[in-house]
Design a protein around this ligand. Structure first.
Ligand SMILES: Cc1ncc(COP(=O)(O)O)c(C=O)c1O
Length: 321
């Protein structure tokens, strides 16, 4: 069977968090019988129920006419309008909901499929196209890049650089090591960072945009955690708040973390119009959008006072934890 599968998929592992989860599940009954219940240290996901407003909205959306028919991969207009409004009120970022926003089946799906759009796959190691990724970082990035036939290059996030590596320095080292700068396709940033929780300053984000423009590198900002913060005066930013970012960047958002809706699988990509358009072409061939009742309920929560209150309360609990 193995020989049917391409070299790229043969090179990846099952996502580490699922491997840990499976192992823990296997060991748990035996450990419990010995009075030694294990502590789960794999996925750091919110475990509370989502806001009641969103589950109530979902229940009533189930009975709406047409709710069970195909949606569109782009996302229903009401969802994209709600997202545009949220981006404006939360970040002061103005987006065209018809051309600069596209729905995702979770941000993980969006990032993986977006990477597929960028890499020209090859099995020749020295010919592989490269994406810069944060290290430490979300474990999926490296595997997503590998299965797309590319290669990841680590950006070291350390206490010494305050988790904001000097990109020109890294780039110089990358070239010194004999890598070909022409092969660099994209750079992924993730602030607040998984697993560190580190956030970036406005000045740093400005330097990232300037770096990407100077070297003609597409910027992907994974903003899954922008609504998780402990100091109200230090809210994490969207990369799109930086002047000129839209020329070179796309950003990935998620409903998973702010509203504890990890199982709903909902997010969005936004930013550069041409990039969103290319993404839309791929998506239109591989999926047919998200269940409309989920979209309807999600559109109702993101600009609501209940949604805001939920985020505030959840952050107080996370801080205490
Ligand atoms: C940094 C980061 N990005 C993206 C995701 C994916 O989130 P989702 O697909 O639920 O939107 C996660 C999930 O843990 C994450 O930690």
């Amino acid at each position: 069977m193995r020989e049917f599968f391409n070299n790229y998929v043969q090179s990846i592992e099952t996502y580490i968090m699922f491997r840990i989860k499976e192992t823990v599940a296997k060991l748990t009954p035996e450990l419990i019988s010995k009075g030694r219940a294990p502590i789960m240290l794999s996925m750091g996901a919110p475990t509370a129920n989502p806001p009641k407003k969103v589950t109530d909205a979902l229940k009533s959306a189930l009975d709406e006419k047409g709710a069970h028919l195909y949606s569109t991969p782009k996302g229903e207009k009401y969802l994209r309008d709600a997202i545009a409004k949220r981006m404006q009120t939360r970040f002061n970022v103005i987006l065209n909901p018809d051309t600069e926003i596209f729905s995702l089946i979770g941000s993980k799906e969006g990032i993986a499929n977006f990477i597929r759009l960028l890499i020209n796959p090859t099995t020749r190691e020295d010919d592989k196209e490269i994406i810069f990724i944060p290290d430490p970082g979300y474990a999926s990035y490296g595997e997503m890049i590998k299965v797309s036939g590319g290669k990841a290059y680590s950006l070291p996030l350390t206490p010494q650089n305050n988790f904001m590596p000097d990109l020109e320095e890294v780039y110089a080292k990358f070239i010194q090591e004999g890598n070909n700068p022409q092969k660099v396709k994209a750079l992924i940033i993730n602030y607040p960072n998984n697993p560190l929780g580190a956030t970036a300053t406005k000045e740093y984000l400005e330097s990232v945009v300037a770096f990407c423009k100077k070297h003609h590198i597409l910027l992907m900002s994974d903003a899954a955690y922008t609504d998780m913060y402990f100091k109200p005066e230090l809210k994490p930013m969207s990369i799109l708040e930086i002047e000129g970012a839209k020329d070179i960047a796309v950003e990935f958002f998620s409903f998973s973390k702010p509203y504890a809706m990890t199982g709903w699988r909902l997010g969005w990509i936004c930013g550069n119009e041409e990039a969103v358009k290319f993404f839309g072409k791929l998506k239109s061939t591989i999926d047919s959008g998200i269940f409309k009742a989920l979209q309807k309920a999600s559109a109702e929560i993101i600009n609501s006072p209940e949604g805001e209150e939920y985020i505030k309360e959840a952050n107080i609990k996370f801080k205490r934890n």
